[in-house]
Design a protein around this ligand. Structure first.
Ligand code: FES
Length: 151
């Protein structure tokens, strides 16, 4: 598809991935602008419903980025997230959307370069997969109406 730019939603734990994103910015590391970060207090807060809703609302890809295993500030939040991501991947696969559009990553707050690498990796993966099959095309009726108003 020509000029296709995916929308990738990243649910980032406040204590690690979100801080790593901040560090990546401070280090002036380049990563794609396709990433839409949602800051969460812990990946254990992510529900399967949120992951699926992100796709319903137009995401082409989604990932969850949490603390390194054993370093979750709420002890088992990232292990819970890992299980939920695995379940959501199966649901996406069964629904024909594709489980590979969803992923879980672990990183520390000091891993700014890793954050940028994951952002590039996911954007490239989703770009190669193409738009989500459930993504609604932007309303042409509305844009046609706006064009008429300009004339
Ligand atoms: Fe970071 Fe739980 S506090 S994943």
């Amino acid at each position: 598809m020509e000029n296709y730019e995916p929308t990738v939603v990243a649910f980032c734990c406040h204590f690690c991935a979100y801080t790593a994103a901040d560090l990546a910015g401070t280090m002036r590391l380049q990563y794609p602008t396709n990433i839409r970060i949602v800051r969460i207090p812990c990946t254990g807060k992510v529900d399967v419903r949120f992951l699926l809703e992100a796709f319903e609302k137009g995401a082409d890809g989604v990932y969850v980025a949490g603390c390194l295993e054993g370093d979750c500030h709420f002890l088992k939040g990232n292990f819970r997230a890992k299980k939920r991501v695995a379940l959501a991947k199966r649901i996406l696969e069964d629904a024909g959307i594709g489980g590979e559009r969803l992923e879980m990553f672990n990183m520390s707050a000091a891993m700014g370069p890793r954050f940028a690498e994951v952002a590039r990796e996911m954007t490239e993966r989703i770009r190669n997969l193409g738009p989500s099959p459930i993504k609604r095309p932007k309303s042409t009726a509305h844009s046609a109406e706006r064009k008429e108003q300009r004339i």
